[in-house]
Design a protein around this ligand. Structure first.
Ligand code: PHE
Length: 341
């Protein structure tokens, strides 16, 4: 009996009562007519040995004191209205069905992509959406008169033209490289803004994911293997095509296309009849960019890649209008059950 009481004392000491309901059931359990304390006192009466009675009586009284103290210390819960418990509730009634929300398709694809790169050692870094000209353009080797600096493409802040809404997430990489030394393996994602006409295919705000790897002896082969690994993990065994391209911050620059084929009507439409869909840009980091962030291009080299999440989501879920992502139409959003996530 002594051991039982000691155990109960311990339980009570560490037990925390969170709300009125907890307190109510605690009282019933320990102080109720058929409660623990009453039953212990009944057993106590049956003890004959005076010595035992004295010893157990003392500890049993302590237990009673602990119980009363616990209730006293938690009286505040009783007064506060943090739960709406109505003890007249019929708890045998079946509960109300909970309406789960769903996860936005852009978030689902974002998480999928980040996970793939995370698995091969890319750490997630977030950045800011309001940038200055240097981080968004100059440090990334954009010529002063590069067309994307143009008012038509970039949203500048009226008062002061040196601040803008970032046009790509590459600015996150610049900020990171300025503060850190190689080896660097980062991935970032977020909203980017471009002053484009809104249509089924493009929007003035969309989401990008960009990755950067800088270290000694990083070669073109590392970039190629990285891209192949990514496509395989996201789409399975789809054929890819690597085309030369141009970005100010990479040299050489490439664009990656995925073969969708021409069998489905929407694939023909999405690929403008070629069967190939462009899904990402990439390349070896231009030595000028490394110099701009005080990394020696004679020692280090790197590759970078970037993709639009909407573009991948359209492909993944076969959605034919990019504007659906921002329309908040429940009939659309509910199809992306969080269980498929
Ligand atoms: N920043 C480029 C864009 O917005 C994407 C890109 C990133 C291309 C890294 C090459 C390397 O289109």
């Amino acid at each position: 009996m002594i051991n039982k009481i000691i155990k109960l004392k311990k339980i009570i000491k560490y037990l925390s009562l969170h709300n009125k309901e907890d307190l109510y059931f605690f009282k019933i359990k320990y102080l109720g007519k058929k409660g623990i304390l009453n039953s212990l006192f009944k057993d106590f009466k049956k003890i004959h040995s005076k010595y035992e009675k004295k010893k157990i009586g003392k500890i049993l009284n302590e237990l009673k004191k602990n119980i009363l103290e616990k209730i006293n210390n938690n009286k505040k819960i009783n007064k506060s209205n943090n739960t709406d418990i109505n003890f007249n509730t019929d708890i045998t009634l079946p509960g109300k069905k909970i309406n789960y929300g769903s996860i936005h398709p852009i978030s689902i694809i974002e998480k999928k992509i980040l996970k793939i790169f995370n698995n091969i050692g890319f750490n997630f870094i977030s950045g800011q959406e309001i940038e200055d000209d240097w981080h968004n353009f100059t440090a990334l080797n954009f010529e002063k008169d590069h067309p994307s600096r143009d008012m038509q493409d970039t949203f500048f802040f009226k008062k002061n033209n040196s601040f803008l809404l970032r046009t790509h997430t590459s600015s996150v990489q610049i900020r990171y490289m300025k503060k850190n030394t190689p080896p660097i393996r980062i991935i970032s994602s977020g909203k980017v803004y471009r002053n484009e006409t809104i249509s089924a295919k493009s929007n003035c705000m969309f989401h990008q994911i960009e990755g950067l790897c800088v270290d000694k002896k990083i070669s073109f082969l590392d970039l190629k293997k990285n891209i192949e690994y990514f496509i395989k993990n996201l789409f399975g065994n789809k054929k890819i095509r690597i085309r030369p391209s141009y970005f100010p911050f990479t040299e050489p620059s490439l664009e990656i296309d995925v073969l969708l084929g021409k069998k489905k009507k929407n694939h023909i439409k999405m690929t403008k009849g070629t069967g190939w869909l462009e899904i990402m840009g990439c390349g070896m980091v231009d030595p000028n960019v490394l110099k701009n962030v005080n990394i020696d291009p004679n020692i280090y080299s790197g590759y970078a890649f970037g993709l639009g999440i909407e573009r991948i989501a359209i492909l993944y879920y076969e959605i034919d209008d990019i504007r659906m992502f921002l329309e908040n139409d429940l009939r659309f959003l509910k199809q992306f059950n969080f269980l498929n996530y």
